[in-house]
Design a protein around this ligand. Sequence first.
Ligand code: FE
Ligand code: MN
Length: 346
Amino acid sequence: MVSGRFGNSAQGTTQTYTYILYTSGFIHHTTLTGLAPNTRYFYRVGDVATGFSQEFSFMSHPGVGPTMSYTFGVVGDLGQTTYSNNTIWHMVANSSIQSIIHPGDLSYADGDQTRWDSWGRLAQPLAATKPWMVAAGNHEVESWFSQEFTAYNARFQMPSVNPYKNASGNLFYSFEVGPVHVLVLCTYYNFTQGSPQYEFAMNDLKSISRARTPWVVSLVHAPWYNSNEVHQGEGDAMMAVFEDAFYGNVDIVFAGHVHAYERCYQTYKAQRDPKAPLYITIGDGGNREGLYDTWIDPQPVWSAFRQAAYGHGVLQVTGTTATWTWHTIDTDEPVASDQITLTKSA
Ligand code: FE
Ligand code: MN
């Protein structure tokens, strides 16, 4: 497609929401269909009556298949500090990143809805150019004087085409891209046995074809394996419900919540196990609450690497390998500080 030539258009919906004394600006959502795969599209947002935004561009979905390669940027607990800004621009600068997966805690608006607006402006250089798939963390709940997840559900439309969409908004969903199936769950919405989220997750895991997507990644907010002294045990209830179902079925679980980085070994029931998911906590995007640098000593047998520093991760997947790198903010350069490769036979 060509810059400055807008031959196609898509009609969207427009909404606002209110939160105590705040009324949001217009929030527009539209779904683009019939795009050619892996093609750069130039676009602008608006209409003739009110005017148009500047031009942006994005690459369309490349398709799904076991021999494809795909690269995610991974960020958690981002916020809107100078560290957050560094993290965002490091991901913008890495042209190998095709989309962002974000296991919760986005703006840290914490009830001040104007902070969702400022976060949108901060995130725009990345959000306008790459798909950004979000999970809801505790900072998305915002239940004071309001319905839970009001801003989150108004501002982010994730592909929750599951039969529970009306009950849950965007809180749990799945999608596939390249050789990867991604299952997104919410730590702060009912996940007990028999709940809509539980039924969705179990059915989703059953529906996965490893011949089509050899890799399965899941996002949750509170980590199930965490050797930081902060937020101990907050993922335990969810782990008790899902750990058996994930065993042998999920390759990597990303969490945030703990404002530090921790990579665990593949772990099942607190023991290293090569059939179990690899657990990674990436809650170090840069939010205003700061880093958590107190670790449980001695380091548990399932914990491989842990460090309290700001940064983001890159997950580069082929049909047979998944390479994970963690990039800390060091002066103005992203520095690869941890790396691991998982392999599976073709
Ligand atoms: Fe957080
Ligand atoms: Mn959190």
